[in-house]
Design a protein around this ligand. Sequence first.
Ligand code: ARG
Length: 251
Amino acid sequence: MKKKLLSMALVATMAFSMFAACSSSEKKEDDNTLVMATNATFPPYEYVEGSEIVGIDVEIANAIADKLGMELQIENVEFDSIIAGVASDKYDMGMSGMTVTEERKQSINFSDTYATAKQVIIVPEGSAIQSVDDLSENTMIGVQQGTTGALYAADDYGETAVTNFKSGTDAVQALVAGKVDCVIIDNEPAKAYVESNSGLKILDTEYVTEEYAICIAKGNDELLEKVNAALKELKADGTVDSIVNKYITAE
Ligand code: ARG
């Protein structure tokens, strides 16, 4: 009896590990699923609408997957876990309004760029902070952890000036609640946050200009080449522009 139970357990374990093996191979490119990691707290690039993840990155990724004859699968994760997850092949690619930086290039490769962004500063209306020159090590700066905004703020004003939040949304909530003096974040999400929260504004002075790209594991050159080829076509035939224009109205 005992023996039988044991062998049943063994069979169950084997079945489970076979199942686990199958489901992990689902993450592999060759079975037609393109797994994209993102952090959907970043309108208009990726955000949750109802029960769906939508936005510019999602639509461009879908267009890329179509071109590659693959099925897009989106994993909504913490922003600061995307690079490690891509580097370890947990995800095929990361697409999350991600800025190309030299430091990130140490652990992953970037595709060609598909958007330009600026870091901007959000303050409450009537704030004493009127330009970037008013920021100092005594300013309480809110940021999303692991972002370039977080990095620059810590570099320029010191770690102690910076409060890290899990998402840009959380940082903005803290600003609304008066727990921080300003938020440093990318311009388009900044506009979206200011629109959805009253009493906030974006300072005219920009902070840093950067470019977004898709990150892919070093060594996965096959996918990198395919993604770049697809991106090139989607830029040339106006698909990228029309997706962007759907979400961003030119000033
Ligand atoms: N562009 C910034 C960076 O790469 C912020 C990106 C945040 N993206 C997001 N989906 N939350 O660090």
